[in-house]
Design a protein around this ligand. Sequence first.
Ligand code: GLT
Ligand code: MN
Ligand code: MN
Length: 387
Amino acid sequence: MPDFAPDSKLKFTFGLWTVGNIGRDPFGGPVREAISPVQICDLLGEVGAYGVNFHDNDLIPIDATAQEAERIKKDFKKALKDNGLVVPMATTNLFSDPVFKDGAFTSNNARVRAYAIQKTMRAMDLGAEMGAKIYVFWGGREGVESDATKDPVESIKRFREAINFLCKYSISQRYGYRFAFEAKPNEPRGHIYFAVTGSYLAFIPTLDHPEMCGVNPEVAHEHMAGLNFVHQVAAALEAGKLFHIDLNDQEFGRYDQDFRFGQANLKHAFFLVKLLEDYKYNGPRHFDAHALRTANYDDVKAFARGCMRTYMILREKAAQWNDDKEIQSLLKTINQDDPIGRVTKKFSSANAKKLLGAPLDRVKLAEEPLPYERLDQLTMEVLMGVR
Ligand code: GLT
Ligand code: MN
Ligand code: MN
């Protein structure tokens, strides 16, 4: 029996804000005492994580003095080293402070927009100092409760202006960042702009530096929108834009839950792992989740270990699915090749003529068997551990 220990090649990471979550919700205050970034690194080292990510203010409080900031950075660097952790990704908190109550890059106030860009530049400096090469943009406050309050077209233009400026900043500083945009349909705003990953995939080609921009899809966010997450990730992968991924779980039709990976929708989690492994996704696998509000720090460790262990188990299940003879023979039956397939590979007048003349009998085609019940049941049996 494999031990399903975290494999460092899979780059399992956690944010300071994930295992450091103190269990506050809109109806109640903290249930866990806050632990410092150094303690979080120790915890992540203990459970076998590969790396840690942070928002500027997860590490350095927004009102810290320059001396305090220096001391925190020094301690954090030591904790990274002591625990063998790296920082693959950094991001900016553009949502907690009251200044961002009506958005950051899309605020109606030009001075707030300028402050948001300035804060991001400083946070990019901090991320680069810790070695980050991926920079995430989650526009939690970029939205409205009422469209009377902000012009949605103008908001897209403001967002683009900010990103173009920051791309050039990264280039001028030689940071080598790749930007990853993270969509969410709502929470904390009533309506957040760029609601789903596909919105960003359409936005990226309109930027000055599309080559350095991609996406950071999160399971929970697409499930909140009622979407099939695997298909969103497939679209990003196929476009060469899957720069980062936020793994967690979420019941459909509920508030933003950020559950442990695989907690709620095991079958979706299985197909997600299979997709990432089959297509050799090579970026960090970031668990943007937090432990249940009932957890103490021992249980937080169980949560973190559980995220990684579930991924490792599902990776094994995906390999088993790929090696299963019966499944493979069904796949062969389903995927029928035919010389006519070559004709539609490329348009030419000759190919168009061939296609128009091809004897394609729709009644016969509709009679071809599609044993999907068997295939899906076999999939479930692999998952349930009886094959
Ligand atoms: C916040 C949000 C996450 C984002 C983080 C990056 S912060 O916790 O819920 O989905 O990935 O800003
Ligand atoms: Mn989330
Ligand atoms: Mn996230």
